[in-house]
Write a protein that binds this ligand. Structure first.
Ligand code: ATP
Ligand code: FE
Length: 356
């Protein structure tokens, strides 16, 4: 099967071609990503209207380039897959309209994909991870532990009750005058910082579940920053690096401890050696990857993390998730709608906790 995938749910416009021959591993034939970072940089965050216009402008070029890079044409595709949510609605609509246009013009089947399923199935694309597995999805807008049993079978074991870690990294960068997206900037600063100098809170560690909270980190950071500024009139480079290191250490510790608990909860459902996979933009963080690797080794679990360029938004993951849906017989019609909100486990009765 050969699938064309489109992604436009946030600030990356992307198209990709993924092929999986019968009985073989999937292969990424092409993956084109147009980032919009510079369009939004003056505003300190993604501006939905600007994002939607840029997607509408770039999608056809992305598709053309992805096909060219793959050496194939539309007639060689078996289906077109597109992110149908969740995300910024204008962007999602641009992608869905583009995919519908292709489907209507060529007669190719259309497959709508949940963006989060794209992230959550990435370890199957990159490592051939078998079902079931425990997924820690950590991105710009989401943070959840999922028991993944199939392409549309996700059970949420826990997750954040407020901010996502990516959001916390981005806010931290903004508060310290670092560029967006904040994750890579804060990670780079943290490398030359002392994680012990500032003690950030580790929320919810007193609870036995695997729910998380990150909004308190922002408040703590503002307090510390303002206190230094009041004492010394401003932040030095070292102050900033130490604040980043302290912040990152709190995120790392919290994710490590909650992952231990998630493994325990997972084992209650699936009593076999678990595979823990991590995905989403924050999974690009090396300190987080290293900590999770150690937690898994201690718990006797296998650990897998996609290469960095497949952690952040891309269309290869959408093409692959579409391929899995398509293989299981799923098809969408031209009345497919864009959904701003679309929880992964909407149909799951085992919803534990609240939040995203
Ligand atoms: P979602 O997938 O939840 O809809 P999104 O698509 O915006 O959100 P991703 O592209 O998966 O999110 O991830 C982007 C987020 O990842 C940003 O918040 C960014 O700061 C964060 N991020 C990227 N690299 C790193 C890093 N090295 N360390 C920490 N965070 C990072
Ligand atoms: Fe994403």
């Amino acid at each position: 099967l050969t699938i064309l995938g489109l992604e436009s749910s946030c600030d990356d416009t992307a198209a990709a071609v993924v092929r999986q021959p019968e009985g073989a591993r999937p292969e990424i034939l092409s993956s084109v990503v147009f980032g919009q970072t510079e369009l939004h940089s003056a505003f300190g965050g993604v501006v939905p209207e600007i994002a939607a216009r840029a997607h509408a402008e770039k999608l056809d070029i992305c598709v053309r380039d992805a096909l060219a890079d793959s050496g194939l044409a539309l007639k060689d595709m078996d289906a077109v897959a597109v992110t149908a949510g969740p995300g910024l609605i204008g962007g999602v609509m641009s992608g869905v309209m583009c995919a519908k246009g292709i489907a209507a013009a060529t007669g190719l089947p259309l497959v709508g994909v949940n963006h989060l399923a794209g992230h959550a199935l990435t370890p199957r694309l990159t490592d051939g991870t078998a079902y079931p597995y425990l997924m820690l999805l950590v991105s710009g807008g989401h943070c959840q532990y999922l028991l993944v049993r199939g392409p549309e079978d996700f059970t949420r074991l826990g997750g954040t009750i407020d901010d996502a870690p990516g959001e916390a990294f981005d806010k931290t960068a903004r508060l310290l005058g670092l560029p967006q997206p904040g994750g890579p900037a804060v990670q780079a600063e943290a490398e030359s910082g002392d994680p012990e100098r500032f003690r950030f809170p580790r929320p919810l560690l007193d609870r036995p579940d695997c729910n998380l909270s990150f909004s308190g980190l922002k408040t703590a950071l503002m307090r510390m920053r303002d206190q230094i500024a009041a004492e010394k009139g401003g932040l030095t480079r070292q102050d900033r690096a130490d604040l980043c290191a302290g912040f990152q250490a709190a995120v790392v510790d919290t994710l490590a401890e909650k992952t231990r608990r998630a493994i325990r909860l997972y084992l209650e459902e699936q009593p076999a050696r678990p595979t823990v996979a991590v995905a989403g933009g924050v999974a690009a963080n090396t300190a987080i990857r290293t900590a999770l690797e150690i937690v898994c080794a201690e718990a006797g679990a296998a650990f897998t993390a996609p290469p960095l360029r497949l952690c952040t938004d891309n269309a290869a993951m959408i093409a692959y998730a579409g391929l899995e849906r398509f293989k299981s017989g799923a098809r969408d019609e031209l009345d497919l709608t864009a959904r701003p909100r679309w929880p992964l486990d909407q149909s799951s009765p085992a919803l534990i906790g609240s939040g995203r």
